[in-house]
Design a protein around this ligand. Sequence first.
Ligand code: UDX
Length: 451
Amino acid sequence: MAQQVLLRGIIMNISVIGAGYVGLVTAACLADSGFNVICADCDREKIENLKKCIMPIYEPGLESIIKRCADKKLLKFTTETSEAVQFSDAVFICVGTPEMDDGSADISQILNVSREIAQNLNGYKLIINKSTVPAGTCRRIKAEVGNMLGRLDEESEFDIVSNPEFLREGRAVEDFIRPERIIIGVESARAEEMMRRIYHKQIQLGIPFISTGFETSEMIKYASNAFLASKISFINEIANMCERCGADIKIVSKAMGMDSRIGPEFLNPGPGFGGSCLPKDLKALVCMGKYLGYTPEMVKSTIKVNDRQKKLVLRKIRKAVRRLKNKTITVLGVSFKPETDDVRESPAVEVIKGLLKGGAAVKVYDPRALPKFKKEYHSLDIDYCTGKYMACINSDCIVIMTEWKEFTNIDFSILKAIVKTPVIIDMRNILDPEQARKAGFRYHGIGTGRT
Ligand code: UDX
């Protein structure tokens, strides 16, 4: 446990509004780095469970940090935003910005929380927005709080800060403790000084700390996510072309990544990007463009290529099994990426719906995500399996959608004995094609060899 962080000689108190992926990780890691933290959420069941250390999400390392900090009374949970705000010197806003029908980001939760904070100011407060928001939102938060204070005749001072998160699901705790950079958008020296105190451990580690204005900070987040997504759609396009000319995408990707200007990350082809961030953030960026009178064509193309990539998976399956009707298709992996139980915008969802529509029977297995998948898509008539081999019994085609480690060492001899038709479509190129073919399988990767 780190030493306590003092502000004006007393332990600095922090509240986090929103106990989702970002809020929970933020609350836990700040408590673990020496602050008194209260995390508030309007979901009573979630808060009651958290008080008993029952986690609403799976994130490696998170549960043990929460248990440790709660035992030391450094981390509390409440449904009362007022209690959290009045307790703290700094308040993190970590509520959702869901996608509206037109693709724009819904910031109503952000503004509602801002008003609640204003109603509970009891002295100077740092109000820190960590949710992903269109450029200009922090300025709106400032206006909302200022208006509320004007109406409440409150003298309390406050500062607004933009502090976007760059947490990757499955490694969010690591990404909070050791981010590659910290970005803040501030308008006062006092706000910057408090943010440096909040991130004192990261600064001690020498992590770059960029202090800029609200809009610049907000745009850094969208620009980063849009660029990451564009790398994925780009490599998927090149993979699709490799299949048509006999090139090997694995070598193309590796050789590209050796150029320091390109870098090796995010050059793995697959069924398309999913998750609660990239898809939503790109649509929000296109909407922001409409508002600003500028059309971000590359961002639009990234989305278009991604939507097409999910349809391509279905085409590959149809081509491999000739017709879907009455066939049994196995889907290995329904989470949008490994090491998470999150199925939001997972490409597997659209593929499974397409298979069912085509009259196939679908068997699914995922090491962690089945409970959430079942809850979210309970109306789908699919066979939930408790193991990878069970899901392959009597299968006409095995489709690997998520690159979970336990799929990489699948035993082809066992598979060959239990499948009905030996066909594998490896949408993550995680298996050895030669091993698969030697075992008698028709193997189809992505971007490797003519298909
Ligand atoms: C992303 C950003 O990486 C993170 O910085 C931001 O804070 C939140 O959004 P996350 O949504 O957790 O993080 O997922 P990420 O690891 O970025 O993967 C997104 C999707 O891209 C996944 O579906 C993944 O399978 C896919 N992907 C990723 C590829 O298809 N190929 C790659 O090479 C990398």
